[in-house]
Design a binder for this molecule. Sequence first.
Ligand SMILES: Cc1cc2nc3c(=O)[nH]c(=O)nc-3n(C[C@H](O)[C@H](O)[C@H](O)COP(=O)(O)OP(=O)(O)OC[C@H]3O[C@@H](n4cnc5c(N)ncnc54)[C@H](O)[C@@H]3O)c2cc1C
Length: 338
Amino acid sequence: MYHYSLKPVPVGVGAGSDVRTAGFPSPKSKRGYRPEQPAIPSWKGVHLRIGELHRQGGLVVSFELFPPKTPDQTAKLFEEGIPGLLELSPAFLTCTYGAGGSTKDQTLEIVTRIRREFEVEAVSHLTCVGASREEIGQFLAQARSGGISNIVALRGDPPRGDETFKPHPDGFKYAHELVSFIKQTGDFDVAVAGYPEGHPECPDRHLDWQRLAAKVAAGADLVITQLFYNLADYFEFEDYLRGRLKVSVPIVAGILPILSKQQIERFCGLCGAQIPPDVQAKLDQYADDPASCRAYGIELATRMCEKLIARGVSGLHFYTLNRTASTAAVMKNLGLVK
Ligand SMILES: Cc1cc2nc3c(=O)[nH]c(=O)nc-3n(C[C@H](O)[C@H](O)[C@H](O)COP(=O)(O)OP(=O)(O)OC[C@H]3O[C@@H](n4cnc5c(N)ncnc54)[C@H](O)[C@@H]3O)c2cc1C
């Protein structure tokens, strides 16, 4: 998920200070569950490895940001948005990498600044779009010297106007090549993208999941999924990866609490995710009532997360859209913050 970077949204406000520490011990948590001890030690000053973190067995909650478009929005993100999100004690934050490498420097600046100013683990996304091996190598070296130890490795989408993905002549065609390169080049933990409904370019979801298994075979330490609203798709995806393909790395569910009908229809159109009929009916019902639509988005995300947690999901990765309120409300409903 990254398409929200096409349209900046205002930064949200903090969620209150009465929160738990990072790391959520029981993957079987139920609503209202209040664990006493964090399973994962504080990240302050420590280089966390995201693969290792997820392998420890607790429920790991992480948040995704995107690079704002203007200096004012960036200032607001650092003054209000990130502090508000950190009150929810995520294990780490990630920052997306814009289409065509358009936010390359900004992505790196944001993640290194987050580490420096907030001492929280910050993970950079990186795509193959328009970049040679040498340029990707330079990015990784810069990331390393900025204290970044974890990368979300992606092929990326074709730049706007191009119908198909065209690799750089000296670059990579598929994400599994990028994963191998990162693993050979530097000392990073690597997450890759997984698609519970199959990637939209791939005619067969099982084939796409086999290709995901190839990314894991290339060295990926964990999988983070695209947004989805049909839990049956997610469970089939997980069962197939675990049972048929013997993928054993942690699988983290990507969660986007719906904010508005227009926005979610646009995102799902761009990333190929389906909106189930019952969800579409609610979106239609609340088409002119943004507050009720947001409340529905929180309730839907809460119900999905409860079922995922009950199944023992490794982690929840919230697509925050640089906002705090909906993510905070879902975490509160789940008993992950007070
Ligand atoms: C968690 C997450 C974070 C994201 N962050 C960003 C971001 O920061 N910036 C951004 O631009 N985009 C981001 N995206 C979107 C992603 O870049 C797109 O979905 C892109 O179209 C595919 O990237 P991928 O890494 O999954 O590609 P790949 O795994 O390479 O797959 C792309 C397509 O190629 C096919 N394929 C793979 N291997 C082979 C093979 N050997 N032979 C033939 N076909 C093959 C796959 O089935 C699939 O259809 C993110 C997506 C997710 C889920």
